[in-house]
Design a protein around this ligand. Structure first.
Ligand SMILES: [Zn+2]
Length: 353
């Protein structure tokens, strides 16, 4: 029972080992790429230190939460009053986007952990993403880390460990996560009842991120969004410049309402054009390494139509655009700069002359 964790067995083993030691850490730092199960393991840890079945077998060597008692159940459903997750607040309609976790939020945490646990044995505070804590927030949090209240545990979840102050880092037990091999994700999906060929596709599409694979398996509409994004990725190359600029404006507006949708769409485009490059570079027959393994025909078509250097430039521009959007560069500017670089097919170039 490892709460949906796929892969990263070493991270799990390290947590179990530390948890079973005479003085388990009161603060943890889970570091690794997005979507590989860091939050799932944090939840598992919260269960392990609160599980009613585990407390009854004091001295038992197993660090496994039972997954079935009221404690485990309420934590899994996200309604346990002693387990809180702190993240970047969602902005109100008229407010600008929040960029970080603030000092005020850390003060709230301090107040919460000063109280004894309400229904469980240990208050667990999950800070996700911890690398979004402002410097002020980290400094405020440092005091709590230095003199941890009894019965409290902290799990910091981060992708960029460098964004954390060394003083914060050094007070946490570091657990490292990595991308998960495609075969392992495929196997786990099949075990969850996903049919063979679909499991293979979803594992490929997930790029080593089991959470993404599970989300795709759970929600058919996500696959539809993916085909829309792919169709658009291909259509870009044939769009007149005026249409590209209209698209940029629409996406910039959407970005203000729904960042994730726009970033997701860019990821879809990136996956497509990266695949086109792979097909250009090698006579890929088996589809090895491709994300869009089910669309080999279309990829071959596109690979034959575009100049390789143009595609390379566009793939770079896509990565750059994503970085700039995440870094809160004005969306319209970032998207314009991207779309003017969309590759032109030989046919379009002729018609534009
Ligand atoms: Zn339990």
């Amino acid at each position: 029972m490892t709460a949906g964790l796929i892969g990263n067995a070493r991270a799990l083993a390290a947590v179990q080992r530390a948890l079973g030691s005479p003085s388990p850490p009161h603060a943890w730092l889970f570091v690794g790429p997005e979507g590989v199960g860091k939050a799932a393991l944090a939840r598992w840890l919260a269960q392990a230190v609160n599980c009613a079945a585990r407390s009854q077998q004091q001295g038992a060597r197993s660090q496994e939460p039972c997954g079935e008692c009221a404690q485990c159940d309420r934590i899994a459903r996200g309604i346990h009053s002693d387990v809180m997750t702190v993240s970047i607040p969602v902005a109100e309609a008229n407010e600008p986007q929040h960029k970080d976790i603030s000092v005020d939020q850390v003060r709230d945490v301090e107040r919460a952990v000063a109280l004894a646990p309400f229904e469980g044995r240990t208050r667990v505070v999950i800070i996700d993403p911890a690398d979004a804590m402002s410097t002020g927030a980290q400094n405020a949090f440092l005091k709590t880390l230095e003199e941890p209240p009894p019965n409290a545990m902290f799990v910091l979840i981060a992708t960029q460990v460098d964004a954390l102050l060394p003083t914060v880092r050094s007070r946490c037990a570091l657990i490292e996560f990595g991308l998960v091999p495609t075969a392992e994700i495929g196997h786990a999906l099949r075990q969850r009842g996903v049919e063979e060929e679909r499991a293979r596709l979803l594992a490929r599409l997930s790029n080593g991120r089991p959470e993404k694979a599970l989300a795709l398996a759970d929600d058919a509409s996500r696959l539809e969004k993916r085909s829309e994004a792919l169709e658009q990725a291909r259509a870009l190359a044939a769009m007149p410049m005026g249409d590209l600029m209209d698209l940029s404006e629409r996406m910039a507006q959407q970005f203000r309402r729904d960042r994730e949708a726009v970033l997701g769409r860019l990821d879809g485009w990136l996956a497509w054009w990266r695949d086109v490059l792979l097909v250009c570079a090698s006579e890929v027959d088996s589809g090895d390494g491709l994300a869009n393994i089910d669309m080999l025909e279309g990829l071959r078509e596109d690979a034959g139509q575009y100049d390789r250097d143009d595609v390379v430039a566009f793939v770079r521009a896509l990565r750059e655009c994503r970085r700039r959007l995440e870094g809160n560069v004005q969306a319209r500017i970032a998207l314009d700069a991207l779309l003017v670089r969309s590759p032109r097919s030989a046919a379009v170039m002729r018609s534009e002359k």
